[in-house]
Design a protein around this ligand. Structure first.
Ligand code: FAD
Ligand code: NDP
Length: 435
């Protein structure tokens, strides 16, 4: 049993959706029948960020089809119907279990062989499991991870069955912080446990983290830092207690785990060059095999801002842009697409707060604005610039306007010169907004 397509996108997440849109934009009806998307998920590509935000609202939560790609990006809504209309074969609920790059074939879980001329790997990442850190209990009915819609449905179900209960959130990164805010909105008492000194320590400075920790504390959240959950006590399939390294027990009605992600590279190990835990690509998003491209979370691509160093960025804007760039490169092999020139961009929204970050958090951090938390009802505006070799390399801003976000992005993109760090600290946002 087998089928053949000129182009195959492996994976049906954010990058796949944006790649499909770019494909149709460039090929129009000439695309009919040429492109196929294979996804383990049962639904057409959607905006994954919604799962830790709108999806978890206590009332009127976002539900499909409302957040298929490209909601939020001012583009069309790509429902299953859209793929049908454009002659794109969507093979859903189907896992690819093996790939042969030399033969240009994929084999699916129903043992169908799919041949391709060009493959775009968009397999994303999966949530790291507690078991990888020597803690068992991931399968308990009230332990929740959050990577896809099935996970999100479980989280909603477990939250609704624990009103007023205690949630232990393991991990102080993106999932931990965003889910903690959602749990509070659902009237659940939250304790966040993580080994670092402060939350979001790979991006935030201590000062920035303190603001958010104080804000969360004012909402009733408890932080337990510098330690980890060493075991979970399970009774009748449900976790009842989380035990910390020092033996301290924390009663738990539910557990949410956000301890990092790993790129889904397994199908290509030994076949493609890997780097930074992902698949290495060049500036055209092409892998070590000329017929295979990789995009989104799984791709380690050269970032000009970092001197061309390969980076793997697990964020939605990166998935969107690398996907579009790969399709441009695939459809115009003369090289007219050029090398990708990507400005790293991350964001988050929790409670009434909203921040954006551009660039690299390398060098000296220069804070600005009012970082002192006063009240959760205020509308704070503060941030930081990272100055490296006399230039702005990165910028973080909480509570900015669209113009202010554009101004910090622009300053990072052009590497604005900082002759005097003290002046930057004094002027803060005005240093870049007046430009
Ligand atoms: P994914 O969107 O993960 O898609 C990968 C797809 O490949 C999935 O459909 C998967 O099922 C499929 N797949 C994998 N292996 C196989 C296989 N063998 N066979 C078939 N299919 C396969 N980023 C931000 O910048 N801002 C945010 O606010 C934000 N919020 C997020 C919230 C959550 C809950 C999560 C999990 C992530 C969030 N992110 C956010 C990160 C962002 O969603 C990812 O960077 C983005 O989804 C990456 O897109 P991708 O297409 O590379 O991977
Ligand atoms: P992150 O890498 O953001 O954070 C992982 C957190 O878990 C860190 O605080 C880390 O601490 C901590 N940690 C690591 N090991 C342990 C352990 N054994 N016990 C307790 N804590 C531990 O990953 P997430 O799981 O939060 O997010 C998964 C993916 O989803 C990422 O790709 C992320 O980018 C994406 N995402 C992005 C969002 C956004 O951009 N707004 C929102 C939601 C998800 P330390 O740093 O000290 O090692």
């Amino acid at each position: 049993m087998g089928r053949a397509f000129t182009y195959v996108i492996l994976g049906g997440g954010v990058a796949a959706g944006y790649a499909a849109l770019e494909f149709v934009r460039r090929r129009g009806d000439a695309a009919l029948g040429e492109l196929c998307i294979i996804s383990e998920e049962a639904v057409a590509p959607y905006e994954r960020p919604a799962l830790s935000k709108g999806y978890l609202l206590p009332e009127g939560g976002a539900r499909l089809p409302a957040f298929h790609t490209c909601v939020g990006a001012n583009d069309q809504l790509l429902t299953a119907e859209w793929y049908r209309e454009h002659g794109i074969e969507l093979i859903l609920g189907t896992k690819v279990i093996s790939a042969d790059v030399r033969r240009k074939t994929l084999v699916t879980s129903i043992e169908e062989t799919i041949n391709y001329k060009t493959l775009i790997v968009a397999t994303g990442a999966r949530a790291s499991k507690l078991e990888e850190f020597g803690v068992s209990g991931s399968d308990a009915e009230n332990v929740c991870y959050l990577r896809n819609i099935v996970d999100a449905d479980k989280l909603v179900r477990v939250m609704r069955s624990s009103p007023g209960g205690n949630a232990i959130v393991i991990g102080g990164g993106y999932i931990g912080m965003e889910c903690a805010a959602a749990l509070v909105a659902n009237k659940i008492k939250v304790t966040i446990v993580f080994p670092g000194k402060y939350c979001m320590d790979r991006l935030f400075t201590q000062k920035i983290a303190e603001f958010y920790e104080n804000y969360y504390t004012s909402k009733g959240v408890t932080f337990i830092k510098g330690t980890a959950v060493s075991s979970l006590e399970v009774s009748s399939g449900m976790v009842t207690t989380a035990i910390l390294r020092d033996g301290r027990p924390l009663p738990a009605d539910m557990v949410v785990v956000g301890i990092g992600a790993r790129a889904n590279t397994a199908l290509f190990e030994g076949q493609l060059t890997l780097e930074k835990g992902g698949i290495k690509v060049n500036g055209q998003m092409q892998t070590s095999d000329a017929s295979v491209y990789a995009v989104g979370d799984v791709a380690a691509f050269p970032v000009k801002l970092f001197g061309g160093d390969a980076r793997r960025l697990e964020h939605v804007d990166c998935a969107r842009r690398t996907a579009r760039h790969a399709v441009a490169a695939v459809l115009d092999p003369t090289g007219a697409a050029g090398d990708i020139d990507y400005l790293p961009f991350f964001y988050s929204r929790v409670f009434a707060l909203s921040w954006r970050f551009y660039g690299d958090n390398a060098g000296e951090a220069v804070h600005f604005g009012d970082l002192g938390f006063s009240s959760a009802s205020s509308t704070p505006k503060f941030g930081a610039f990272w100055v490296s070799s006399g230039r702005i390399a990165g910028a973080f801003l909480e509570g900015g306007s669209p113009e202010e976000y554009e101004a910090i992005a622009h300053a990072v993109r052009r590497g604005a010169a900082v002759p005097d760090v003290a002046q930057l600290a004094r002027e803060g946002l005005a240093f870049v907004v007046r430009e």
